[in-house]
Ligand binder design. Structure first.
Ligand code: NDP
Length: 460
């Protein structure tokens, strides 16, 4: 798996921010509790003036781990905070001078600051074995992603870059490889002859959660499709890799992403976009998206999108891959749905509509296989039964998995440079069609399933 020696020192740049508090520190707490990382030390770095004691207090609150646990107690006791500017050469040099041994540095910084910090690092003697973990978004378009990759290529030899996509840390997402390749039954039907359509859906009932400053500039296409859902598509559609090691996996995933295009010849016909209007999800009441704090309505940001893609590989000609994601949707749905074709030799005389397919729930984690059977009350009529099972349940949350990989120098749960560029290339024609207003911005009430005319909205 390309593992290197485990890093004992973990540095969070932007330790005072939202990502660190909500996702990284809880992930670290989980990793310590379940994966027994001994002798790990943690350094928080930020612009604000925090004392070590205040940082340790925050750490304790955010990690949500057992304070009595010796590993947790030892991490807390040895944790330090340093006030520094992540873009300053002097500050970064002082950090390397003080931290012996290879370190893992997580950039929990605003994207422009992370970029500036990498520019600084590219001109420094970064110790070999250092891992730099970069968050999404990786660039804002194809050009900036290319430029960022070129900048990272200037880092000294022996420095590893991990482009984090926490979806790859979701157990069910990586478990697609076992399901696909370790079962002859699925491996043999994973082809256009048997598969009619693939959908990857991430609908959430949550709305902005105070992150309008980021989301209003990103929107559903950049926030979810360009990054996370395209990684899921890659795992579904890739050719079998030589091994499940990071290099072989990244190569297979990059190859299939490079062959992925918008469906048909016109991006405006292969994409839809909408934003929510006032409504409620359970007890949560949402105003019009355009009236949310921090939103500039003139940006026309979409909170729901659906794009249809084609994979130009012999295996997939003619099979639409529909990727959809939305906020303030009435029902959470995180699911991969694979529709199988009708059997070619179904004897005449059967009646009844049936579903034929495989659904892989990312949350809840489950696998459902739809099977057509005869009905009891009318033996020549068909009905669907579901063969359902819980799938691999996550022992660790996605961020804990990702952090474990970073500390071990294992890049499997990350996005390679070519993958990041391919993902931007795929969505570029859609972004252009939207910028030219060739796709109307539709509306849906918060709490609904999306505009009623959309095909994916009709699904259960
Ligand atoms: P925040 O703005 O909440 O946090 C960024 C932190 O970086 C702040 O503490 C900020 O300090 C600090 N900072 C800014 N400039 C510097 C600098 N020059 N030197 C040192 N520290 C600095 O952002 P988020 O935590 O939300 O996001 C961080 C990254 O994670 C972004 O790339 C984002 O896209 C990504 N991400 C975030 C998610 C989330 O849920 N929050 C989810 C997935 C990805 P100050 O307060 O002083 O400005």
């Amino acid at each position: 798996m390309g593992r290197m020696a485990t890093r004992r020192t973990f540095v969070i740049l932007g330790a005072d921010g939202d990502l660190a508090a909500r996702l990284l520190l809880p992930g670290l707490g989980q990793l310590l509790m379940h994966d027994r990382r001994s002798r790990l030390t943690l350094m928080g770095v930020g612009r604000s003036a925090l004392s070590d004691d205040e940082w340790r207090r925050r750490l304790r609150a955010a990690m949500r781990a057992d304070e009595e646990d010796p590993l947790v107690a030892s991490l807390e006791a040895s944790a330090h905070y340093r006030q520094a500017d992540a873009t300053s050469r002097d500050d970064l040099q002082a950090l390397f001078d003080d931290l012996p041994g290879p370190v893992a540095i997580y950039f929990a910084l605003p994207p422009s600051v992370a970029h500036a910090a990498c520019e600084t690092l590219a001109g420094m003697d970064v110790p070999p074995g250092t891992v730099l973990a970069l968050e999404k978004p990786f660039g804002t378009d194809l050009e900036s992603a290319r430029e960022f990759n070129a900048l990272l290529a200037r880092l000294p030899d022996g420095v590893r870059v991990v482009r984090v996509d926490h979806f790859l840390g979701k157990t069910t997402v990586l478990a697609l490889t076992g399901l696909r390749f370790a079962n002859h039954m699925f491996e043999s039907v994973w082809h256009r002859d048997h598969i009619e359509r693939v959908e990857v859906v991430f609908d959430e009932s949550l709305a902005l959660e105070g992150r309008a400053g980021y989301y209003d500039r990103a929107g559903a296409l950049r926030d979810m499709i360009q990054s996370h859902l395209l990684q899921v598509l890659a795992l579904i559609a890739m050719e079998p890799p030589e091994s499940v090691g990071s290099e072989d996996m990244h190569r297979a995933m990059a190859e299939v992403l490079e062959r992925t295009r918008v469906w048909g010849s016109d991006a405006s016909e292969a994409s839809r976009r909408a934003r929510y209007t006032a409504g409620s999800v359970g007890s949560r009441v949402f105003p019009d998206y355009a009236a949310e704090d921090g939103v500039d309505p003139a940006r026309e940001t979409e909170t729901l999108t659906e794009v249809t893609l084609q994979v130009n590989a012999d295996r997939w000609h003619g099979v639409p891959f529909v990727l959809r994601s939305g906020k303030a949707i009435g029902r959470d749905r995180e699911e991969i749905s694979i529709t199988l074709r009708e059997p070619s030799a179904l004897p005449r005389g059967f009646s009844g509509e049936v579903r034929r397919g495989l659904r892989i729930g990312m949350k809840p984690e489950r696998i459902v296989l739809d099977v057509a059977v005869n009905r009891a009350d009318d033996l020549l009529a068909l009905r669907t039964v579901e063969l359902a099972s819980r799938s691999t349940e996550g022992r660790l949350g996605a961020y804990a998995e990702v952090l474990g990989g970073i500390l071990d120098g294992d890049e499997l749960l990350s996005v390679s440079g070519p993958m990041a560029e391919a993902c931007w290339r795929i969505v570029t024609p859609i972004l252009e069609a939207w910028a030219e207003d060739r796709v109307p911005l539709e509306e849906y009430p918060a709490g609904s399933r999306g505009p009623s005319s959309w095909p994916t909205t009709q699904h259960d």
